[in-house]
Design a protein. Structure first.
Length: 175
């Protein structure tokens, strides 16, 4: 019974976080096209089904203002280990339909991950929504490593990508 409640709570948090991502970051190109200040953005969520291993649920929302300041949140749930991590996003780099996102773990069900840097890369591969979008696994640095800088996100590492299920990723690049 406890396991069911934890899973329900985790799934509820995912749905709330995904809803927040959609509300906070409407992905349109109207702002850039209208001559306004362009804001690079990436967001979305879904599941990663890793055959013969487990299912991971993720959601994230990040934007970079014209002055380079990055704001955002991410959450990952690994159902096989009852693991949840909440990430405060510190850097974002967008190139075309690709985004690299990194931040600091501010809460985890495993305290060994708290204050670690977490990084992942995503691709928005168009419509129909989410059909071919991909996400890498989230990679964690050693505990208490320095928080990621903007330069950290500019170093794309070609992380192996997996097609997401039951979700969508949206990336908006400035021209």
């Amino acid at each position: 019974m406890i396991k069911t409640n934890k899973m329900f709570f985790g799934l509820s948090m995912f749905i709330i976080a995904l809803g927040a991502a959609v509300l906070v970051l409407p992905m349109t190109t109207e702002t850039c096209a209208a001559g306004g200040a362009c804001i690079e953005r990436a967001g979305g969520g879904g599941t990663l089904v890793i055959p013969n291993v487990n299912t991971r649920i993720f959601s994230f929302s990040a934007e970079k203002s014209p002055n380079g300041t990055v704001m955002g949140k991410a959450q990952v749930i690994n159902k096989a280990f009852d693991f949840v991590a909440d990430i405060d996003i510190k850097c974002l780099e967008v190139v075309g339909n690709r985004a690299r996102v990194a931040g600091v773990v501010v809460f985890s069900t495993d305290p060994n991950f708290n204050n670690n840097t977490a990084v992942f890369e995503v691709f928005d591969n168009g419509n129909p929504q989410g059909t071919n979008d991909t996400n890498s696994l989230i990679f964690f640095s050693p505990p208490n490593s320095p928080p990621p800088t903007p330069a950290y996100c500019q170093n794309f590492e070609n992380f192996p990508q997996q097609t997401i299920g039951e979700g969508n990723i949206q990336v908006e690049d400035c021209p």
